[in-house]
Write a protein that binds this ligand. Structure first.
Ligand code: PRX
Length: 650
């Protein structure tokens, strides 16, 4: 299966924006003449003042800087909305599909979306939000999430979207880290028919950090307490607000947003993206990866990226890039298995979706339920499928291709990261012969290399090692908010002169790239990144826990699951009750996505004599690969390993 090759169909090769020859030619040019290449690509964006310098970047420690399109000024919201009004004012920008299919959805034309964004931008201003201020957004997948993000961009405020599944503690940490004075939320969210107490979570977070203003959208109409002087009703504020809001002139390198992501140390990092490079980069990749161009009749194909705006995919491929490119897109509030396992495919039929982009974890969960949920729907509108967030195993790829796409839809398996802003290694449907499980070839302007993980030397040809990127690209993150040193240390210090992705990668004899997964202390649970250190610090914050070590384990649906080894304090009785309590505790501290799948009580952890936990051994036990644990002679107490193996959890 992994050797299978799916060539580009004649139809795609003929009609796509990029065929194979164009890909090769354009890629080479992007590497040989980055200035010329990006100068041209940047014309897809409307600049107020043109830039004078395309690229000025260095990964050297002494001269570390990343600047793109210097001298240029622009406004992101004007690029997403205003410039489309003349031609596309009445075209639908967003088709909103609610959690419950019996509830009526909404559509917003470009003109309507523009008006809402301007109005909400004025609401922000009325609540003392200025250029450069950080605005925390904790909203469900409703159009107001996109409206809020674009309103921030319109006035030059920096949004920090926190996924609505995060706990009050996680929310408070993020509010505090970026010193945000305002939170935008809803009374409740709805997912799979279940209410999520968003406002209550914000109130709980605000017991730890204080904010001046909370703007509350009514989503379910639940009765939520109003804190006088702090809480503002969304609809009332909108009703009192004008539609006239000129876009702020922003420098290319002014911050656009912060998005927190997990790393290998305890505290999530505030990944900061800026304005000009991000706009060019996301717009370009959306166009080429999804072959996003007008149809023969001039209308735009219906595009649906099923990611939540709480993650980077939702930023780049729901809110920003599709709107830059004048798309008509579906925005989905719900989950794949509600009211039943046909939901995705029903939504595709209902809105005649042509391009669909989702995460392997959802596909694996649906695949398990049997083909009938798929085959009883039409899906005739579908032309292209996408995958993102984690490696797609060949079985899931085959099912997606054969059952969902009826073999006629190519699959673009896009590898990228919160840090990279948009797709870095990815097929293009008219250009790339596909190999199931491979993200295939680099995007224009991306120079991947594979290094020997230990020596840091470049490995040529067909090989495997640590994936790095050798030069900057326009949508690269610019800093860790408030900690520039951490930015350098995390990504540029391990292999000097390179951006280190944290991923392992294989390159085959056709120069195709195969991402093998994280090689740092990050695990990928259902396409979401979780730092092992983050879960560990949540566990040791419990009063009965003295030590914890967390590793990834293979998981059929989630890709990776969370395996936690916990040592309790002396005298504490390990029990099923305590196990359940600790699992609940982690959910409360971080959120349901951090729920340990296995929690094993460990009287001792395997440590070297200098006290370092040997994670390699813990990983092997979690993977149930205990026949060859490698050399354990350097352990301070090799005996602990037998105990761990004997009491392995499942
Ligand atoms: O390990 C890679 C995996 O997801 C990580 C990035 O996670 P995050 O910043 O949350 O962004 C996810 C959405 C872009 C990467 O370091 N990853 C992402 N896409 C793929 C992938 N692994 C394999 N194949 C992919 N297509």
């Amino acid at each position: 299966m992994t050797d299978a090759i799916f060539p580009v169909s004649d139809e795609w090769a003929k009609n796509a924006l990029i065929d194979d020859a164009t890909y090769l030619e354009k890629y080479q040019r992007s590497i040989d003449d980055p200035d010329g290449f990006w100068r041209e690509e940047a014309q897809r964006i409307d600049w107020i003042e043109p830039f004078h310098t395309v690229k000025d970047t260095s990964y050297d420690k002494d001269d570390f800087h990343i600047t793109w399109f210097e001298g240029g000024t622009l406004n992101i919201a004007a690029n997403a909305l205003d410039r489309h009004l003349a031609k596309r004012g009445d075209q639908i920008a967003i088709i909103w599909e609610p959690d419950d299919p019996s509830e009526e959805g909404r559509t917003l034309t470009y003109r309507e979306l523009h008006a809402e964004v301007c109005r909400f931008a004025n609401v922000l201003k009325a609540n003392r939000v200025n250029k450069g201020d950080r605005v925390t957004i904790y909203l469900p997948m409703v159009p107001e999430a996109a409206i809020a993000m674009l309103a921030c961009a319109r006035i030059g405020a920096v949004h920090s979207v926190v996924f609505a599944g995060f706990s009050p503690d996680a929310l408070a940490g993020r509010i505090e880290d970026c010193q945000s004075n305002i939170v935008l939320t809803a009374d409740e969210g709805l997912r799979g028919g279940k209410p999520i107490p968003l406002k209550a979570n914000v109130d709980a977070a605000c017991e730890k950090v204080s904010v001046d203003t909370v703007i509350v959208l009514k989503r379910t109409g639940a009765d939520v307490p109003v804190i006088a002087g702090r809480d503002v009703d969304w609809a009332e504020a909108m009703a009192a607000s004008s539609e006239d809001c000129p876009p702020e002139v922003m420098d290319a390198e002014d911050p656009l947003f912060i998005l927190y992501t997990s790393g290998s140390t305890g505290k999530p990092k505030g990944v900061l993206h800026t304005t000009g490079g991000y706009a060019v980069w996301t717009s370009m990749t959306q166009e080429y990866v999804f072959d996003y161009q007008p149809k023969a009749d001039g209308s735009m194909p219906v595009y649906w990226c099923a990611a939540d705006v709480g993650w980077v995919t939702g930023h780049s491929y729901v809110v920003y890039a599709p709107l830059f490119n004048g798309a008509t897109q579906v925005m989905f509030e719900g989950v794949p298995n509600y009211p039943d396992h046909s939901r995705f495919w029903n939504v595709i039929d209902k809105h005649q979706v042509e391009i669909f982009y989702a995460a392997p974890t959802a596909l694996r969960a649906l695949m398990r339920e049997g083909d009938e949920y798929v085959t009883k729907t039409s899906r005739k509108s579908l032309r292209l499928l996408g995958s993102v967030g984690e490696p797609i195993n060949p079985e899931a790829w085959d099912w997606y291709h054969r059952v969902v796409g009826e073999r006629r839809c190519p699959i673009v398996d896009t590898w990228w990261q919160t840090e990279t802003g948009a797709a870095m290694i990815t097929p293009m449907p008219g250009a790339t012969a596909l190999k199931p499980g491979s993200a295939t070839r680099p995007m224009f302007g991306v120079k991947p290399a594979i290094l020997d993980p230990e020596k840091g030397t470049v490995l040529e040809g067909a090989t495997q090692g640590a994936l790095v990127i050798t030069d900057s690209w326009p949508g690269q993150m610019r800093t860790v908010y408030g900690d520039h040193e951490r930015f350098f240390d995390t990504y540029f210090s391990q292999y000097p002169g390179y951006y280190f992705t944290g991923d392992g990668c294989r390159r085959d004899e056709d120069n195709y790239y195969w991402i093998t997964g994280r090689i740092d202390d990050v695990i990928n649970v259902s396409g979401h990144r979780m730092g092992t250190a983050e879960v560990e610090s949540a566990l040791v914050a419990h009063e009965l826990v003295s030590e914890a070590a967390v590793v990834g384990m293979p998981h059929d649906i989630k890709g990776q699951g969370i395996y936690a080894y916990v040592t309790t304090n002396a005298g504490v009785e390990d029990s099923e009750e305590l196990r359940a309590e600790l699992v609940k505790w982690v959910r409360k501290e971080i959120g349901p996505i951090a729920t340990p799948d296995v929690l094993q009580f460990a009287p001792g952890l395997p440590k070297t004599r200098s006290g370092k936990i040997m994670r390699r051994i813990l990983r092997k036990i979690a993977e149930n690969d205990t026949s060859n644990l490698g050399d354990i002679s350097t352990l301070a107490d090799p005996g602990v390993v037998d105990d761990l193996v004997a009491n392995r959890g499942s």
